[in-house]
Design a protein around this ligand. Structure first.
Ligand SMILES: Cc1cc2nc3c(=O)[nH]c(=O)nc-3n(C[C@H](O)[C@H](O)[C@H](O)COP(=O)(O)OP(=O)(O)OC[C@H]3O[C@@H](n4cnc5c(N)ncnc54)[C@H](O)[C@@H]3O)c2cc1C
Length: 327
């Protein structure tokens, strides 16, 4: 029997781990495993949170994807333009076509600042290496005033990140001797400071203790960079000297272009098996999937085990036994 052709889109947390878990259990006679990634560089995104405060620079937070992958896994560096899920084929930018028997989609999320007028010009953030460096420069220039920290909308990856940023900022301003010259306001789209009650109940008193004001039920609708004014969908507005806001998120552009996502580009995914609800030879995990868990590296990590074990079980049932599950 010809080897099964498994293609994994995305060399982030979910894609890299799934590829390696499968490679540890399969031989080249059983399967070919290919990861396609646009840069071939694996970024430790959590580290971007610390860049604005002078933490490790982005180049220190990256690794060669090739070096992270099991030797059996082939890496293709390039941009996927479209997935033809009915034809079982991937179209690359540049026109090359790559067929698959099984597809694992781990394309993460894309940032879409443009859905909020003025956001791209008026707001800083730390959700990419470049943006984190820009914010680092802005903080170095900051001489006191009002800083708004918040999230533009849900869902977004790493839900705790704006809270963490607010606390780190408080600490940073104290160390710079600027806390008395500054106000920090934390805005959030929900009635609470975090989506889950436990974290919210824990974090809200800490914010108060640090004199970080909160504006809840606050979903940004527009930024006026000239007037330095942030307006919410309910008409409330806040003036600022520095705006630090997690940008709106959507599913990856390729998912939207391939018609595989919902209105926001998240893939309809079975929460038990992580198979696409549309195509049973397609799996989705990590930020790309619409399953009701945090979009986080931790979730992607555990989901990779579900995808790999699910696929190995399926393969064992339909073909030949495979020794054990991956751990
Ligand atoms: C500031 C910050 C702090 C965070 N902190 C934490 C934390 O403390 N704990 C935690 O668990 N998580 C944290 N996260 C979230 C975590 O990084 C993500 O949830 C995780 O990386 C998701 O994994 P993924 O595999 O789904 O997507 P990603 O790791 O984002 O990987 C997606 C990959 O797909 C590739 N790709 C997308 N489209 C294409 C295409 N068309 N062609 C080719 N390649 C493509 C991308 O280049 C990328 O390599 C943080 C994120 C940020 C931004």
């Amino acid at each position: 029997m010809a080897p099964q052709n498994i293609v994994i889109l995305g060399g982030g947390v979910g894609g890299t781990l799934t590829a390696n878990l499968l490679a540890r259990k399969l031989t080249r006679k059983q399967a070919t495993i290919t990861v396609i990634d646009r840069t071939g560089r694996h970024a430790y995104q959590t580290g971007w949170l610390y860049v604005p405060f002078g933490g490790a620079p982005p180049e220190k937070l990256e690794r060669s994807e090739r070096r992270l992958l099991h030797r059996m896994v082939e890496l293709v560096v390039g941009e996927v333009a479209r997935i033809d899920a009915q034809g079982h084929v991937i179209e690359m930018v540049g026109g090359e076509w790559l067929p698959y028997d099984y597809l694992v989609v781990a394309t993460g999320a894309q940032l879409v600042p443009d859905v909020i007028p003025g956001f791209a010009e008026g707001a800083y953030h730390f959700y990419s290496a470049e943006a984190a460096l820009r914010l680092h420069a802005a903080l170095r220039e900051f001489k006191g005033g009002k800083i708004i920290v918040g999230a533009a909308g849900l869902p977004y990856k790493c839900p705790q990140a704006p809270l963490e940023f607010a606390f780190l900022l408080d600490d940073y301003l104290r160390k710079q001797g600027m806390r008395d010259l500054s106000q920090i306001v934390y805005t959030y789209p929900l009635e609470s400071v975090y989506p889950s009650e436990g974290v919210s109940d824990f974090a809200a008193p800490l914010l108060a203790e640090r004199c970080i004001a909160t504006e809840l039920n606050f979903t940004p609708a527009a930024v006026d960079p000239q007037l330095r004014k942030l307006t919410a969908t309910n008409g409330r507005s806040l003036e600022y000297d520095l705006l630090v806001m997690v940008p709106p998120h959507r599913g990856a552009a390729v998912i939207v272009a391939s018609g595989l996502g919902d209105g926001q580009g998240w893939i309809a995914t079975d929460r038990e098996t992580l198979q696409s609800k549309q195509y049973d030879n397609v799996y989705a995990l990590g930020d790309a999937a619409d399953v009701p868990v945090n979009k986080s590296g931790a979730a992607a990590h555990f989901e990779a085990h579900v995808v790999a074990n699910g696929w190995l079980h399926r393969f064992a049932v339909s073909n030949r036994p495979i020794s054990t599950m991956v751990r």
